[in-house]
Design a protein around this ligand. Sequence first.
Ligand SMILES: NC(=O)C1=CN([C@@H]2O[C@H](COP(=O)(O)OP(=O)(O)OC[C@H]3O[C@@H](n4cnc5c(N)ncnc54)[C@H](OP(=O)(O)O)[C@@H]3O)[C@@H](O)[C@H]2O)[C@@H](O)CC1
Ligand SMILES: Nc1ncnc2c1ncn2[C@@H]1O[C@H](COP(=O)(O)OP(=O)(O)O)[C@@H](O)[C@H]1O
Ligand SMILES: [K+]
Length: 568
Amino acid sequence: MTELLTAAQMRALEAAAIASGAVTGLELMERAWQGVVAAIFEEWPDFAVATEGGAAPQTDFYDAKHGLPPRYLDQDESSAWRAVVLCGPGNNGGDGFVVARLLHDVGWAVEVYLYGDPARLPQGARLNYERWCELGVVTPLDHKSCEWVGTPTLLIDALFGTGLTRALPDDLQGIFRIIAGLVTAPYHPRYRRCVAVDLPSGIDADTGKCWAADFTSVIRADLSVTFLTAKIGHFLGDPFSLGKLVVKPLGLPGEPFLERGFHNEPPQDRRVKLVDQRLFGKATPILRNRLGKAISWNKFDNGHALILSGGIASAGAARLAARGALRIGAGVVTVGCPPAALMVQAAQLTAVIVRAVRDAAALDAVLADARINALCLGPGLGLGAREAALVATALARRREPRATVLDADALTLIARDAALFDLLHGDCVLTPHAGEFARLFPDLAAKVAEPATKGPTYSKVDATRDAAKRAGCVVLFKGPDTVIAAPDGRCSINAALYDRAAPWLATAGSGDVLAGFITGLLARGFAPMDAAETAAWLHVECARSFGPGLIAEDVPEELPKVFRALGL
Ligand SMILES: NC(=O)C1=CN([C@@H]2O[C@H](COP(=O)(O)OP(=O)(O)OC[C@H]3O[C@@H](n4cnc5c(N)ncnc54)[C@H](OP(=O)(O)O)[C@@H]3O)[C@@H](O)[C@H]2O)[C@@H](O)CC1
Ligand SMILES: Nc1ncnc2c1ncn2[C@@H]1O[C@H](COP(=O)(O)OP(=O)(O)O)[C@@H](O)[C@H]1O
Ligand SMILES: [K+]
């Protein structure tokens, strides 16, 4: 998995690299701007055409890519393309001055604005400011001049990056709103492109929160270019304001360097990883049995998952979970339902076993079968006394603790009853969406919702970590930015964002399938954190593989295709 950094960790790595003599601060800045410019030209190759003799490009890239007629151009096509670079008072601004220089060198008409006092720029940024001053003017960015920014072909936002640590002053918020309004004006076609250096200014690199009044004051980017590795804030808050995210190297060794850089830090509770395909490295082939047996001799060697169902009207949710558990490889899956729902479930299920589980005593009897090693409670379960007793029975069997997924109604039940909450144990996985999370952990949800006014800000990552510690088990907090945390501080993000965006996964019942995926992996012997991460990643892969039009039933059926594509 990929390491995500906080701003402080990034600064520590930068300082360590400079102290080791491997690189100077100025070299790092140069590598950063090279990365930004490379990313711009890779994204819009037409922008680099100006390198041919410095002439303005003749091709109409607007038509080709966005179907916009040339009449929308608000500048003379025979002139050089216009770029506006907004520079801030720190090193993010320093990157901006160098990008300005390079665009100028390849024939763009570049205008540079600076928010802040040039005399107070940090050393590297100051040097690059002076170099730019040999080529062009720098206009102070204020309430008046920000109107002149207009609608350039290319807007570079190098105002603030990882150094933003407090709320933007009112004057700056006003300036941001005006520029953001120009960029997203509804009646003005968006032929212009906006590139954020590191991340859109105003967004907190650690939490994704907005240091302005709201996200409408953020200059939305089409492309955000960050360095070395993404920051946590790139995946939280309103990642849609970042456009496409590109990570460019700084010429430092990757992961090994990150490991060394964190040498003196607590190992788990300050690190956040991005769940990615590396989950499926050679060490963890998903098809390998995790129950300590080299070979699966029979179905029970792949585990037996029990999914508890609600009554007739809500019985479908458990079926979705059961199908997910079966497809992901649990050897046997049983749905336990109220006797009245037995016929309905039996009529609908084929490979899944159906059993009547009338009440807590019946569940207790079913659980006498030690081969049942994973439970799923919640999807369509119901919120009555019977269901609360089922949850209590499932959780109370501590002498033989079953790996247990608690989703949907089971989460509401444990939120209502502190005694049930106290029964949670280390083999549980909670899978709340935002509403359920707020029910379970109202104080943590309130802190996440607080606007950023003073640092340090509190994020979905912080909240999920605190929730996992409080519950004593893995918590998977759903959304396009699903955060997964364990009580020991391990934390990861499974992002359905950027090139993994799959908004059609937000469809009724898809969460039930996810609960089933996790249960199936638990049945196969995966540890709770591994099961949650692997299931969440595969869930999004199924949605991406199927595409728009997906309904919850499709998600498990797509799994074999996803496995094949992974070479498993
Ligand atoms: N680290 C690396 O390895 C690399 C980093 N690189 C680049 O450096 C960037 C980070 O640079 P940075 O640390 O100088 O921070 P940055 O975002 O420019 O802002 C700091 C300035 O903003 C000011 N300021 C803060 N809050 C404010 C507010 N609310 N309202 C107004 N002002 C406010 C703050 O003022 P101060 O708090 O000091 O008074 C200070 O002047 C990073 O994003 C990347 O682009 C790359 O070049 C290469 C490798
Ligand atoms: N915009 C989105 N992009 C991708 N996945 C999403 C998005 N919004 C929600 N999801 C995912 O869809 C699933 C919805 O689950 P849930 O809210 O429990 O719905 P349900 O109870 O109907 O199954 C979760 O796995 C969640 O992470
Ligand atoms: K920026």
